[in-house]
Design a protein around this ligand. Structure first.
Ligand code: PLP
Length: 308
């Protein structure tokens, strides 16, 4: 064993499958704690990103870091680490956690103003909190097989003019309310509309629908998802017609097929919307084709970064 692997072997026992980097230091996740006075916690003054690792390989690592940097810039956050340093931190976290299928998150939080300083966000430094834990999926094993059951809740998505949904954030009041509406309706997840009645996104995922063979996704009102971007590339490769535009609720609930997509789950077909059964109550053929192509290509190293 060389010195590096020797050091890692010793450290891995200590990290026990979940490693963190907080404000400049690596530590086991259970030791990563932030002060309750920090605005990251008190005001949800935080942005984040999540990148997936499958079979020891990151998916679109640099795209996630670039989106994270855009989110930090939009919120006037400038932690000391460069993009190249963030990349090294994330790679090291997966090595320390020693999990080949991992959910790797990066967060940037605002601290609190020094005593006597003006209580303005510009008075607070921003710092990073990153972690690698075993893979987490938003869908259960049962939902993977039977398809997601979706519904349209009463609660509307926060308007982009109030907070830009392309800046990944934890202002989840609307999405959380939607999750409870979905639970009360016996569905798995909500898909929120904007004030004009157009489809936006759900709690942690973008949505697509398919009507007469055309794959369609909302142009705005949600995060520019990296899995969504991957679906664009797959449509091109598979010769599927793709449209990115406003999607009315009527069009969405009457679609032939619907699927959601996210880092924490990949492409996830839905089989019900507002109680209506799509197709034969099994994931639709185009959604399944996209899902299978996505995972097959990932297994072949598509947009991958090997960890060791
Ligand atoms: N929309 C929201 C609100 C999300 O939180 C996420 C991911 O967490 C997504 C969409 C999907 O984005 P991505 O595919 O980049 O994971």
């Amino acid at each position: 064993m060389d010195a590096m692997t020797d050091e890692l072997a010793t450290l891995r026992g200590k990290y026990a499958g979940a490693a963190a980097y907080l404000d400049g230091e690596f530590m086991p996740l259970a030791e990563a704690k932030i002060p309750v006075t920090h605005w990251g916690y008190r005001r949800s003054d935080v942005t984040y990103d999540v990148v997936g690792v499958r079979d020891g390989r990151f998916f679109r690592l640099d795209d996630h870091i670039a989106r994270f940097r855009n989110s930090m810039n939009a919120l006037h956050m400038a932690p000391p680490e460069s993009d190249a340093e963030i990349r090294d931190i994330l790679l090291r976290l997966v090595l320390l956690a020693d999990v080949r299928d991992s959910y790797v998150s990066m967060e940037c939080l605002r601290a609190s103003p020094a005593p006597g300083a003006l209580r303005h966000p510009a008075s607070c430094r921003a710092y990073l909190s990153c972690s690698a834990v075993p893979w987490i999926s938003v869908v259960s094993a049962e939902m993977e097989v039977r398809g997601m059951h979706l519904m349209i809740p009463r609660v509307k998505r926060v308007p982009p003019a109030s907070f830009d949904p392309r800046v990944k954030n934890f202002h989840w009041g609307d999405l959380t309310a939607g999750m409870f509406e979905a639970k009360d309706a016996g569905a798995d997840f909500a898909v929120l509309l904007d004030e004009a009645g157009n489809v936006t996104e759900g709690p942690g995922f973008n949505v697509f629908h398919i009507t007469d063979g055309t794959v369609v996704t909302p142009a705005r009102g949600g995060l520019d998802g990296i899995t969504r971007l991957s679906v664009f590339e797959l449509c091109e490769e598979l010769g599927l017609k793709l449209e990115v535009r406003d999607v009315s609720v009527e069009e969405f609930v009457n679609a032939d097929e619907i699927f959601a997509c996210t880092t924490a789950g990949g492409i996830m077909p839905a089989t019900r919307i507002n109680g209506r059964i799509l197709g034969n109550d099994v994931p639709g053929p185009i959604s399944v084709r996209l899902k299978e192509t996505f995972w097959n290509k990932r297994a072949e190293g598509w947009h991958g970064t090997e960890i060791l």
